[in-house]
Design a protein around this ligand. Structure first.
Ligand SMILES: [Zn+2]
Ligand SMILES: [Zn+2]
Length: 784
């Protein structure tokens, strides 16, 4: 028996602990018996195996389709697959929301191939090109005669495009391509539209926030264009496990959906461990203790697992971390004289297509044993047969956590998943509150199809595709009429008796930037060779490839010589600095309008519109090995302003605790921690939201803490915070109170993206403010 004891916690009824021997447990034992790792596991949960039911073919499946699948070793559909397939076959829109290894693709492939063979066409949508390529391989492997499947995306050579438009009956693409090419040039696809019977929207939980709102409008445009050609396709949506999938499906497509959520696929036992890296002797901002980085722990564990021949994926939050973890794990093996360093690689979106294909292939073939990846791989690229998954940092939602953990043990074998906490309030909270993870329903996907900032450009695009009529307003929702009036007033659309027209020569679809990034991509180019390394959008270029930034690509480290926003290029030179860089910004916020409010304790809680002005002003250097701060360098970048939605709370001066001291620091600390915890309630990423706090805000005349959506027009996150304010702010208070540090640290009140270098901050003051706010009984009085 290893010399450690997992702490146990109240066990969830839905996922009972399982005591039968399994493979994941021994893998974990090996990791924790390494000297010095005592006490890092805060909780272990064994998610039990599930037995297979009986697989069968629905009676309507044609023999040649059945034979195609049987040739690949598939003997029939599990009950949840055939339930969904039957619904689609009968013409009912359906959303299936089950776990990663549950075989959702079979549920749509069977009716889709059946439709294609009977003279129809099928449109398959996925968020990434990589997943479309993977799906094309699966479809082609069926070898069914008469099935003409093809991808149509940025990688499709121009000479092949005409063939796809005319001949393919199974077209795989992404929302970007639909938006920019297929819908605007719909007349080139006439025969495809006329026969369109089925639209598959795969990985649809990825369509959340502003991106989700864009995709919702693109799907409405798709419905209109189909109708022009007399088609009314059935929609099949496939999602990771999510709460209330029919509502998500309805918001995404505007159509009523049947939902299938019961998973009948077999799976092995998964051992899930929660892991907290130790505090180190190093000191960060304000003298705060620094916890060992989750990525450093992940690199250690990845190296250990690869040595044992365990096929492992390490999920990390950023592109940069994927590179760092792979590099560090390789270094460990080299130092130990183990000749397996070339079995470890990094994988992430943003690589050029050919690089990604090579990595996917190597992982499938087993040429790679350990891969550090961003969630580019989470999105369904088909990698099976993995034994372990390391998750460095809370992946944002319970749904993502199970999606990533579900990567291991896909073939029904036992597996290990380890969630490693980052030095961050949310991560610290979840590894100490396993009840927040296990046996709880996963989150609903949050998106707001009525965001007027998103709707406006799509109404222009829709009008350019087929002039808009009064009858179309219903498809685009309640805010469409008002937005159309604005577009006419701004001269973008022209109103005629027969409807609204786009009269410009420009491509209307160019108005909408659907990845919500703002601005055209910045190219990252090597100064000496002119080699294109990758791209990033303009908004994130200010923080990730500003002049002086350290940028990592495929394990190679570069320093940015210059970010030229006018040219849209970041010039980089290879280098080996011993520090990483973090951009700093200054943010102002103005209240435009409070839309909803109620009393909260002696204060008020509001939800409404705000204008945020943010400017990246400098960057910090932090020593890579220790996290130590090395100083601040100024930057000269333009401010970016953002009209968005926010949730804010205020406290009147007379309610403030006497002797609280540093009020600004108290509000600032409460702001940081509440930004850290909101993702637990609003299915967002800490980086999707921002905050501003002040002891006296000119627009409210009070101490005010704002948390805002980081995308124009809002994304629904702040609204969720408003709706769940008491639970959210209570968790915020608990996260601060339970942190073992003295005066605040990154696990509670410090923020990695603070514009003020985490000053001033008052841990005690933040607790006092939240106690005042939450102490009184919550009175609700809608004031709108
Ligand atoms: Zn702390
Ligand atoms: Zn701050």
């Amino acid at each position: 028996m290893p010399g450690w004891k997992p702490m146990t916690s109240p066990t969830s009824p839905a996922l009972p602990r399982e005591r039968t021997p399994n493979r994941g447990g021994p893998l974990l034992d090996r990791l924790v018996t390494v000297p010095g790792r005592h006490g890092r596991v805060t909780h272990v949960e064994h998610v039990p195996a599930r037995q297979a039911g009986q697989a069968q073919w629905p009676s309507w499946v044609p023999p040649q389709v059945r034979e195609g699948f049987e040739g690949l070793g598939i003997q029939g559909l599990w009950s949840h697959q055939s339930e969904a397939a039957d619904l689609v076959h009968r013409g009912q829109n359906v959303i299936i929301a089950t776990g990663t290894a549950s075989g959702k693709s079979l549920a749509y492939l069977v009716p889709a191939v059946t439709e294609a063979l009977s003279g129809g066409t099928v449109l398959y949508l996925t968020p990434t090109k990589a997943l479309a390529a993977d799906q094309l391989r699966s479809v082609s492997a069926l070898g069914v005669q008469g099935l003409r499947a093809a991808t149509f995306d940025g990688d499709t050579p121009h000479e092949e495009r005409a063939w796809v438009r005319r001949n393919a009956n199974y077209v795989l693409t992404n929302p970007d391509m639909l938006h920019r090419s297929i819908l605007p040039r719909h007349s080139a696809w006439t025969s495809f539209w006329r026969r369109l019977r089925l639209v598959i929207v795969d990985e649809c939980h990825g369509y959340r926030g502003v991106f989700g709102s864009h995709v919702a409008q693109i799907l409405r445009r798709l419905r209109r264009v189909s109708a022009k050609y007399g088609a009314s396709p059935v929609f099949f949506l496939a999602s990771a496990t999510a709460s209330d999938p029919a509502t998500t499906g309805m918001r995404l497509t505007g159509l009523q959906m049947a939902e299938v959520t019961r998973d009948a696929s077999p799976r092995g036992t998964t051992t899930v461990a929660l892991w907290e890296p130790p505090l180190t002797d190093l000191r960060g901002e304000g003298g705060a203790p620094i916890r060992r980085a989750a990525t450093a722990e992940a690199a250690d564990l990845l190296a250990d697992l690869v040595v044992d021949g365990v096929r492992t994926l390490a999920f990390v939050r950023s592109r940069r971390s994927a590179e760092t973890v792979a590099l560090t794990a390789r270094g460990h093996l080299e130092d130990a004289g183990v000749p397996l360093a070339d079995k470890i690689a990094a994988y992430r979106a943003g690589y050029l297509a050919e690089d990604r294909r090579l990595l996917e292939k190597a992982l499938r073939s087993g040429d790679l044993l350990g891969v550090a990846t961003t969630n580019a791989l989470e999105l369904g690229v088909d990698v099976s047969g993995l034994d372990a998954v390391l998750i460095a940092g809370w992946p944002g939602t319970r749904a993502s956590l199970w999606q990533q953990a579900g990567r291991a043990g896909r073939d029904g074998q036992d597996a290990l998943a380890v969630l490693i906490a980052r030095d961050d309030p949310l991560d610290t909270y979840v590894v100490h509150h396993p009840e927040a993870l296990f046996g709880r329903p996963v989150e609903a996907t949050v998106l707001d199809p009525d965001n007027p900032y998103v709707l406006a450009p799509h109404l222009c695009a829709a009008a350019a595709e087929v002039p808009l009529t009064e009858a179309d307003l219903e498809i685009f929702g309640p805010s469409a009429a008002g937005v159309l009036d604005d577009l006419v007033a701004d001269g973008l659309l022209r109103r005629r008796p027969t409807g609204w027209f786009w009269t410009s020569r420009d491509l209307a679809a160019g108005l909408a930037d659907i990845r919500g990034s703002g601005g055209s991509p910045v190219q990252i180019v090597e100064t000496d060779t002119g080699r294109l390394l990758g791209t990033c959008d303009e908004a994130s270029s200010h923080t990730s490839v500003h002049t002086g930034a350290v940028h990592i690509h495929q394990g190679e480290t570069f320093v940015v010589d210059e970010l030229d926003l006018e040219m849209g290029v970041a010039l980089v030179t290879p280098g080996t600095p011993d520090y990483s860089t973090f951009a700093r910004d200054v943010t102002d916020i103005a209240v435009i309008e409070s839309l909803r409010s109620h009393a909260l304790g002696p204060g008020e809680l509001h939800f409404g519109s705000v204008e945020v002005t943010r400017q990246v002003v400098s960057y910090m250097k932090r020593r890579t090995s220790t996290g130590e701060m090395l100083g601040d360098e100024p930057l000269d970048l333009p401010p970016r302003s953002l009209r968005t939605k926010a949730v804010w709370w205020t406290l009147p001066p007379e309610s403030l605790p006497p002797g609280i001291g540093d009020l600004g620091g108290a509000a600032h600390a409460a702001e940081h921690a509440s930004i850290g915890l909101l993702p637990l309630f609003a299915t967002c990423d800490r980086w999707d939201i921002g905050g501003v706090s002040t002891e006296l805000h000119p627009d409210t005349g009070r101490l005010t803490v704002f948390v805002y959506d980081g995308h124009a027009g809002g994304a629904g996150f702040a609204e969720r915070g408003f709706g769940n304010a008491v639970a959210w702010l209570t968790a915020t208070r608990d996260a601060i109170a339970s942190c073992e540090c003295g005066h605040g640290c990154p696990s509670c009140i410090q923020s990695p993206k603070c514009g003020n270098g985490n000053e001033p901050l008052s841990k005690r003051g933040a607790l006092e403010l939240l106690d005042v706010l939450l102490g009184g009984s919550v009175q609700r009085s809608a004031s709108r």
